[in-house]
Design a protein around this ligand. Structure first.
Ligand code: BES
Ligand code: MN
Ligand code: MN
Length: 459
């Protein structure tokens, strides 16, 4: 039956693309309240697609953006079929800076065999591979080979702020799942599909320094009161040492490195560092001494300034002592680092670095631990077989540096392991202008999802 489903998928390339375009054209930017109607519309779009497949679909309201929970009715799957949960997110990052987009972010446009739009790869395009595969199964076989639950979230890009509560409210139902399938990550390289076996965690802070009540003339007052911009840059400059290590006391205390055998396996991956340097436009790679580029991204914790604001930004010179300065800082965590302990260490470090002439306010915006998944389970075997069918090549095992909070919560709250089977490419421009999804990835992704459901039906 899978063969007929795969043939049908190929025959309908045009229709899949048209459907995906519709979804991509809805500006579901979760961070921006002015887009709340669009975000709701993107949830509705997914709900009606899933209803079209024949699933029972519910909208789960949260204080911000709704989740969608869809389940296979008993008469649509074989008796005794395993229960599997698929997770994805329908929200997207803000598209700014708009002037850098070649075609508008919410007018999905195909160029050179790629579809360009915000969310094309992260994550609507990848979720759509699963929706289309379900549709194909339903239309060709009349049923779906497993008892599938689909959980779609609209707040992933703002830290999955209500998802833990949604999971807790539906524990009994969700814990019937044998495994969680997530397609929200990348292949290793074009033509080299991958199963991701680990993600870094995230702790994110906003730092604010204030001094005088208002901006001051930098000649009249400069030298007599603290300048928050001077102080903030000094403090931030002390967060790394000359070897690229994070200089926050206790930062590395709990870090557990992967086993030597895994690091050896990574060293054998066909990673092309020259291509990496060229693609990113950097003069050379740079980071913590003693680790390879893949290790720096996959298994070493980091601290990065994500945003830095203070003082006069307009043209020409304005002589002014800014009364405040702020920065946004992310820390990527690796296995065994505890987000709360890291937060405490970071807050203590900044309190020590802060001189008496300024006031410091710290706001934690995100906290999620790293995740590692099993690498030998029937579901992983099924995923590897499915990638081989969909992409014509067996996958490599890798990790990723980004974070997906749900993976931890399923493990912690329900004891359910994840399979991270991503269809994106490293140059998809996630969170950046001109985000794209290669149409080969789209069609191979749909085939892979169709094959995955077939193989998972037998575990
Ligand atoms: N899909 C990404 C994470 C990702 C990207 C994993 C590439 C693997 C490969 C996800 O949507 C994301 O952007 N996560 C945020 C986390 C957050 C806002 C809490 C991240 O990693 O910054
Ligand atoms: Mn994502
Ligand atoms: Mn993202």
């Amino acid at each position: 039956m899978l063969d007929s489903v795969l043939v049908w998928i190929e025959k309908n390339r045009r229709a899949w693309l048209d459907d995906l375009k519709q979804w991509l054209n809805i500006a579901s930017v979760s961070a921006v309240s002015a887009h709340d109607n669009d975000t709701a519309a993107a949830a509705e779009w997914a709900m009606s697609y899933l209803r079209g497949v024949g699933l029972n679909v519910r909208r789960i309201a949260t204080p911000r953006h709704p989740c969608v929970l869809a389940t296979t009715p008993d008469d649509l799957c074989p008796p005794g079929a395993p229960t599997i949960l698929f997770y994805g997110h329908y929200d997207v990052q803000p598209p700014e800076p708009l002037e850098k987009w070649i075609s508008p972010p919410f007018t999905a446009t195909v160029r050179d065999g790629k579809i360009y739009a915000r969310g094309a790869s992260d994550d609507k395009g990848q979720v759509f591979c699963h929706l289309a595969a379900l549709m194909a199964w339903r239309q060709i076989a009349g049923e779906i080979p497993l008892r599938l639950m689909v959980l779609l979230e609209g707040e992933e890009e703002i830290g999955s702020i209500n998802l833990a509560d949604v999971i807790k409210d539906h524990v009994d139902e969700l814990k019937t799942a044998r495994v969680l399938i997530v397609s929200d990550s990348n292949q290793f390289a074009p033509g080299i599909p991958a199963i991701t076996t680990g993600l870094r965690g995230l702790v994110y802070y906003q730092i604010e320094l204030t001094a005088a009540a208002e901006d001051l003339h930098s000649g009249v007052y400069g030298g007599a009161v603290a300048n928050p911009a001077n102080v903030l840059t000094q403090m931030l400059g002390r967060l790394h040492d000359s070897q690229g290590r994070v200089a926050v006391d206790g930062f590395y205390d709990d870090v557990v490195l992967p086993e030597e055998s895994i690091r050896r396996q990574w060293a054998e991956l066909p990673f092309d560092e020259n291509e990496f340097v060229r693609r990113l436009g950097v003069p050379q790679v740079s980071g913590e001494a003693g680790f390879s580029t893949l290790e720096r991204r996959w298994c070493r914790p980091t601290l990065d300034i994500n945003g830095l604001t203070s003082g006069y930004q307009g043209p020409g010179a304005k002589t002014v002592l800014p009364c405040s300065a702020s920065a946004k800082v992310s820390m990527r965590l690796v296995p065994n680092q505890n987000p709360d302990r890291i937060s405490t260490a970071f807050e203590r470090c900044l309190a020590v670095l802060k001189p008496p002439g300024v006031r410091l306010t710290l706001t934690r915006l995100n906290a999620t631990p790293a995740a590692v998944t099993q690498i030998d389970s029937p579901a992983i075997t099924a995923a590897a077989a499915a990638l081989e069918i969909g992409f014509g090549k067996s996958p490599v095992f890798m990790r990723e540096g980004g974070s997906i909070p749900v993976v931890n919560w399923f493990k912690e709250l329900l004891g359910i392991d994840s399979v991270l089977i991503g269809f994106g490419l490293p140059d998809d421009n996630l969170h950046a202008p001109n985000e794209k999804f290669d149409l080969n990835c789209l069609y191979s992704g749909i085939r892979t999802a169709a094959a995955l459901y077939d193989r998972l039906g037998g575990i």
